[in-house]
Design a protein around this ligand. Structure first.
Ligand code: XCC
Ligand code: SF4
Length: 629
């Protein structure tokens, strides 16, 4: 029997989402919430992490009851080994996603150097030279392409096996590196750590849960301090380093009289080219000839964040808004690259006139139109994509269009470089505010949505609870759109903050929540923490800082959480990963890591309670630094 449908007000805090869930039901379109209901209750063994399919003597499952019949898999692995192996592979999956994205940028840089990437260029030569010099490359008086070639070589080498320590660990405080060396978790090479994790979790290898978890930490550090950081830095070099700018967010950014083309996925390599094509006079003329007022490019998820940060395009929505965007009936084309793109979008698009276009040969969707993008053909292919959107516009049924609300204003573009320049070139004004207790600490709220949690309730709830306590919030990934829709990405949003943060925001003209970019851009967060720690002459774990991912869902989010913790930044999460079937693994995550790396995970779904616990630690860290609580 079909379960009763929940009222949309229980599924999302947003009006645009609620209205589109209602429209989806009227239009007979299935959404992520419907499928979540169909899948509930989830398998208990799997929820607890107690199933193993790593070999063909299995699959095996361990009874969660102590003394229960099945305490070991066929090979003899117990609950702890199985949970740790599953978790290790989960982290490896996330690290692979971010890092393969980073590698794609090295390939674009390589194509630029070889003159095989028309349309791409070195947009920020100063940053190219700065980053290259940091990595030990001689930059003085050398041609930009020679420097770029050396940088490319160093980045490729960071993926391999020959290094002892990946390049960007030059940014890490010495005390932290000593901890990593002592524990044997200094990241050597991205691919190496990921491959070693796959090896260790093969039957008959690493059968000591804590040992497996330490390698999970090493794998995540290779993501944070190499794969993701390379992704961020090369994106800035190629497409420009973000600077503060204004934009807008929610489904109201769609325009009834324009060709609406949404970019979805993660890598700016495709979406930047699509945006450039849509801005060509020839394309705009074609759109007008088709009866549209123009071409409107909007963003979803992280490729949206990339273009928002650098080009100021509006954000249509985050993870749980991707199907609902199509349900408006106003989206003519959705162009995707990879990651977080629900396979259901092919079916959602088929219910309307929307053209669903894939671009990455490693991320094809059955039923989609595939337009294969490579550095050498991207300009041409981007025009093909925009033309497809214009054609689809001509087929649009305006009678089925419903744009549910007006957009809200946001500000974006807070790269570390932009922050420094807003502060007059040094971190001192922020450090002074921290010392004076006006900013009591920092929290980076990152990551996703998950239908387990009322859409954006925890993302927004935690941000509001923290700024009230004078804790400055940094946002990346899908939290960005949530914060934006709540008015937290505008300087006026400071009225929701405590008196100290309000004063600082007023003086600097900044919002209480700063948008720092996409998920790979959490590398900006750890880099900033390292810079602050270095400036104060302490370790990262001494700082009054937190990471948080209240509504996380993806393997990548866990990789981020773990590299933050391993870097000394404690992390709040709203729901636990599938590890609770092992007390050894769970205790290590929640407290044991504190002794090893000076930070651990906090699982607390209630934003107010989480903020209180986080605040206690911030007080303790401030006290230890000799500051007022
Ligand atoms: Fe994906 Fe990056 Fe999560 Fe959003 S926040 S749902 S990982 S798009 Ni990264
Ligand atoms: Fe079962 Fe062991 Fe094979 Fe896993 S590795 S499926 S626990 S026999």
């Amino acid at each position: 029997m079909a379960k009763e449908l929940k009222p949309p007000q229980e599924l999302s805090i947003w009006e645009d989402a609620q209205k589109m869930i209602e429209k989806a039901r009227r239009d007979g379109v299935e959404t992520v919430w419907d499928r979540y209901e169909q899948q509930s209750p989830h398998c208990t063994f799997c929820e607890l992490g107690l199933t193993c399919k790593n070999c063909n003597m299995g699959p095996c499952r361990i009874s969660p009851k102590e003394g229960g019949k099945m305490q070991r898999g066929v090979c003899g692995a117990d609950a702890h080994v199985i949970v740790a192996r599953n978790f290790g592979r989960f982290v490896a999956g996330g690290a692979a996603g971010h890092s393969d994205h980073g590698r794609d940028l090295i390939e674009v840089l390589e194509a630029i150097v070889e003159g095989k990437a028309p349309g791409y260029q070195i947009s920020d030569e100063a940053k190219l030279r700065r980053v290259s010099a940091e990595l030990g490359i001689n930059v003085d008086g050398r041609d930009v392409m020679d420097v770029a070639r050396d940088l490319m070589d160093i980045c490729y080498a960071d993926f391999g096996s020959r290094k002892k320590e990946v390049g960007f660990t030059c940014r890490v405080p010495e005390k932290r590196k000593e901890i990593w060396r002592k524990l044997g978790i200094m990241p050597r090479g991205v691919d190496r750590e990921i491959a070693e994790m796959m090896h260790r979790t093969h039957m008959g290898c690493d059968n000591d849960a804590p040992n497996t978890l330490l390698h999970a930490a090493r794998t995540s550090l290779a993501d944070g301090w190499a794969g993701s950081m390379i992704g961020t830095e090369l994106s800035d070099i190629i497409f420009g380093t973000p600077a503060p700018s204004a934009s807008r967010a929610n489904l109201g950014v769609l325009k009834a009289d324009h060709v609406n083309l949404l970019v979805h996925g993660h890598n700016p390599v495709v979406s930047e080219m699509v945006l450039a094509a849509a801005r060509e006079p020839e394309m705009i003329a074609k759109a007008k000839a088709a009866g549209a007022a123009g071409i409107n490019i909007g963003g979803l998820c992280c490729t949206g964040n990339e273009l928002l940060m650098r080009q100021g395009i509006p954000m249509a929505g985050n993870h749980l808004m991707t199907e609902l965007a199509i349900v408006t009936g106003a989206v003519d084309a959705m162009v995707v690259d990879y990651q977080c793109i629900m396979p259901s979008l092919v079916q959602t698009a088929a219910c309307y006139h929307t053209k669903f276009i894939t671009t990455a040969d490693k991320a094809k969707f059955t039923g989609a139109t595939h337009v294969s993008f490579h550095p050498d053909n991207a300009v041409k292919q981007a025009r093909v994509v925009v033309e497809m959107a214009i054609e689809a516009y001509e087929r649009r049924d305006q009678g089925r269009v419903e744009i549910p609300c007006e957009p809200v204003d946001i500000t974006t573009g807070f790269s570390i470089e932009a922050l420094l320049s807003a502060l007059g070139g040094t971190l001192d004004p922020v450090l002074d505010a921290v010392k004076a207790g006006k900013i009591r600490g920092f929290t980076a709220i990152v990551g996703c949505n998950n239908p387990r949690i009322k859409h954006d309730s925890a993302n927004v709830g935690l941000a509001k609870a923290l700024i009230k306590k004078d804790i400055l919030v940094l946002a990346t990934g899908c939290v960005t759109t949530a914060a934006g829709k709540a008015g937290l990405l505008m300087p006026e949003g400071a009225s929701m903050a405590g008196p100290g943060l309000q004063e600082v925001c007023g003086a600097l003209g900044i919002p209480p929540v700063l948008h720092m970019g996409s998920c790979v851009d959490n590398s900006r967060v750890i880099q900033l923490c390292a810079a602050i720690a270095n400036a104060l002459g302490v370790d990262i774990s001494d700082l009054p800082v937190w990471g948080a991912s209240p509504e996380w869902y993806s393997e990548k989010a866990v990789a981020i959480g773990l590299y933050c913790v391993a870097s000394g930044i404690p992390v709040q999460i709203g729901t636990p990963p599938h590890i609770t079937g092992s007390d050894v693994v769970t205790n290590l995550a929640l407290s044991g890591l504190e002794d090893l790396v000076g930070a651990a995970f906090l699982v607390e779904a209630d934003p107010e309670k989480a903020a209180d616990i986080m605040d206690e630690r911030i007080k303790a860290k401030r006290k230890a630094l000799g500051l007022s609580e």
